[in-house]
Design a protein around this ligand. Sequence first.
Ligand code: SF4
Ligand code: SF3
Length: 552
Amino acid sequence: MFCYQCEQTQDGTGCNGLKGVCGKTSFVASLQDLLLNVTKKISTFTSMSRQLGTKNPEVDRFVLESLFSTVTNVNFDEVRFKEYLQKAESQLEKAEKDYREVCQSKGIQPKMPTFAKSFWKANPDLGSLIEEGKKFSILKRNRSKDLTGIEEMILYGIKGGAAYLEHAKVLGIEDEEAYSFMHDCLKKLTEELSLDELLKLAMDTGKWNFKVMELLDKANTQGYGDPVPTKVSISPVAGKCIVVSGHDLYDLELVLKQTENKNINVYTHGEMLPAHGYPKLKKYKHLVGNYGGAWQNQKKEFSAFPGSILMTTNCIVPPSDAYRHRVFTRSVVGFPGVQHILSDDLSPLINSALLNKGFLKDSPRKEILVGFGHKTVLGIADLIIDAVKSGAIKHFFLIGGCDGYELDRNYFTDFAKRVPKDCVILTLACGKYRFNKLDFGTIKHKGVEIPRLLDIGQCNDSYSAIKIAVALAEAFKTDVNGLPLSLILSWFEQKAVAVLLTLLSLGVKNIRIGPRLPAFLTPPVVKVLVDNFGIKPISSSPKKDLKELLKK
Ligand code: SF4
Ligand code: SF3
């Protein structure tokens, strides 16, 4: 196997051997390589059909699911990948048929891609599928490492965006343009584009992901209202319990509806924390708080959790025997030996919660604050602008992105702690767990206490952060780069790649990124990013970086 799609990749170069750092086996890696290859073929036909004016929602949705299933810490289950590959065979047939039919109806000669000559069939035997997948390892490509790295970066951006599209889809929002770009982009990734063409495609992918995040923002806010500032308890209370992790608000709502009046308390975990800010979710009294921290601590935290656990999306880590029987997965998430709930009937999860002992007593109440989406922040835009003009607020630091195991991620905690008292910290995604329990106090301006730490939400709520930044830039008659705003991003998986491409495509410069640069970016490509966007890796000294950024 060879995989370098996430930040924790082995030795900072790539996971190989029998297992990746995340626990993905070489068998699963091979099945994923094969699935991605067939998905690109499906999209090739679909892209051509769409250009001739025909579409197939079933194929669109399959491609979304297939991409999302290969994101880091989503699905570790060989059997599920075998099922995906079997579906992929029928979707490829459908996509080809659609293309031939639309050509025929328009009297056009179909331009069959070269791969169609040896049409793909899913071998029913798992071992053969794994063998076949080996042909599509990144290491087998005929391209240079530089070009392969950019192709992979684009693919990871598309995977991240597909995950966000999937979240919007479950809330009833789909978008033809978004599907079209996804298929066109996957087709282009099979065409051996030049460096310049690939760099352009990377920027287009970033722009596409911005629209995708806008769709998801619409889906979330139409479904659950605009987030409002909300104090969230981080202390367990006595009673039976379920913890819901991941990004999928629809699944959380299902849990809340199905546990009403059942004397079960529901907790959020990881990226689900911002859910507390949504009016239509916070109205449930038995949504009692948040349990635990970021994804990488789940082994310890879930072992100690006396109830059942629902993993709605990434990030799941291989569960230990102590709690595997209490974990349930949804949608694209999977782990061998963990029960997957396909239908919207969550009885297995609820019954498991009832069988477990629950928390026996209340813990002393501690709270954190969430719910600063674009509506709330821009609702006090005049106050914030005035605070900046008067010097009460000197600078904004957006410390966003993912968390992970590495000790050098303490950089982000040290950085946040050192931010001067007249500056505001904006947080996004699961990296905030490193410091969101600290008390950062407030900045008092015109009698209003503005919290110094404003949590904007999940990683996809980067859309909110961009809206806020653009509105402030307009008010100050400048662009985002002219604002007293610095972006410090911690990245881990492919959603973060999608968000980074979005920021670059919008012209945001001088982003600091850590804890280390992606392994898929070779030195010449890094140079292009540095020259064009001023991207800089974080140093080992938050003090030094802070000083430099405050000079802005
Ligand atoms: Fe390694 Fe990350 Fe790939 Fe897992 S997802 S195999 S940790 S690079
Ligand atoms: Fe976290 Fe996985 Fe990326 Fe949505 S939950 S940010 S790492």
